[in-house]
Ligand binder design. Structure first.
Ligand SMILES: Nc1ncnc2c1ncn2[C@@H]1O[C@H](COP(=O)(O)OP(=O)(O)OP(=O)(O)O)[C@@H](O)[C@H]1O
Ligand SMILES: [Mg+2]
Length: 300
């Protein structure tokens, strides 16, 4: 009997399958908890419990490099507070509403995004002023208690006037509905929010920095190892592998996940049942900076 105690129960079942089937399973995404993510989730829970109805609800701004787990946290939180049918069965209750700041953002597009997220057919959205009134009425009717706006860095792409309009709109929604706002984005999201003094002091920033060498990284890699369908332990958390993974991935959780999936594929193709330093070195994975350099060379 092979000992699969190093794997999560659902991965243990997968690990028994032949290599080709395990290769196909590598695309599945698993949620992996880590201290910062748990801290952010706890703050979101606190916001949802205490802030709705306050005259000046507190807001959160979750900032981190691209591909570092911001959206995954918002999705995880949303899954624990899904839309449901009201007790009388008449209408839908959406406690947590998630939208993205549209690329080339305008207030019109943001209202559209809100309406679509609440299930309003596009054709029924009406003209600009109607759209605003409809959005506010619907946000109340479906009982939104917390609004998540992802990709807030898109704001910086808009003209100064549009940025101001959009920031006013965010402020208006928070004040009018008395609900907390949660904005997610890269450093540019922070710069955009900072340009409005009133908003800035209502937003509490939370950072999701790049991963660094240390115990937290060791714990993260140990958790990743429990979802890789390999029959032998790889000891990814050991110092040499940890340093190698950090160096090759350049330290975002998205790249770490990608590198580990690629390394698992390399192992399976070679008939190996664990990831070693040699396998990571042989894995045909390119770090973001390498990819960027290659593209720039091609474009020259
Ligand atoms: N908690 C997690 N558990 C497992 N994998 C994760 C986790 N968080 C992030 N990842 C991996 O990292 C990838 C990128 O995460 P995500 O989309 O949340 O990044 P992001 O910070 O929102 O990036 P962007 O700023 O580009 O939108 C995910 O597709 C997933 O593979
Ligand atoms: Mg994202």
């Amino acid at each position: 009997m092979v000992n699969l105690a190093h794997l999560r129960p659902e991965t243990q079942a997968l690990a028994g399958l032949p290599g080709v089937e395990r290769l196909a399973s590598l695309r599945i995404e698993h949620w992996i908890g880590y201290t910062r993510a748990h801290r952010v989730l706890a703050q979101l829970e606190a916001l949802l419990t205490h802030e709705p109805g306050q005259v000046r609800p507190r807001n959160l701004l979750i900032v981190g490099p691209t591909n570092n787990g911001k959206t995954m946290i918002a999705e995880k939180f949303h899954r624990t507070h899904p839309p449901r049918t009201a007790d009388d069965g008449e209408y839908e209750v959406i406690p947590v509403l998630r939208v993205q700041m549209p690329a080339e953002a305008t207030t019109r597009r943001l209202y559209s995004a809100l309406l679509i997220a609440m299930g309003t057919p596009v054709g029924l959205q009406g003209h600009n002023d109607l759209r605003e009134a409809l959005a506010v009425r619907l946000l109340r009717a479906v009982g939104v208690r917390l609004l998540i706006i992802d990709e807030v860095h898109n704001l910086l792409g808009a003209t100064a006037r549009r940025q101001r309009e959009l920031l006013n709109l965010l402020r208006f929604l928070g004040n009018e509905l008395r609900i907390p706002l949660v904005c997610l984005g890269t450093r540019d999201a922070y710069l955009a929010i900072r340009s409005d003094d009133q908003l800035e002091n209502r937003f509490h920033p939370l950072l999701l920095p790049r991963w660094e060498e240390g115990d937290e990284l060791a714990r993260l890699l140990a958790s990743f190892e429990t979802v890789l369908p390999l029959r032998e332990p790889s000891q990814l958390a050991s110092a040499p592998l940890r340093e190698l993974i950090l160096r090759r991935s350049e330290g975002t959780i998205g790249e770490i996940a990608l590198l580990l999936a690629d390394a698992t594929a390399t192992a399976l193709r070679q008939g190996e049942e664990r990831i070693t330093g040699a396998i990571i070195e042989q894995t045909d994975y390119q770090a973001p900076s390498v990819r960027r350099r290659l593209i720039e060379r091609e474009l020259r």
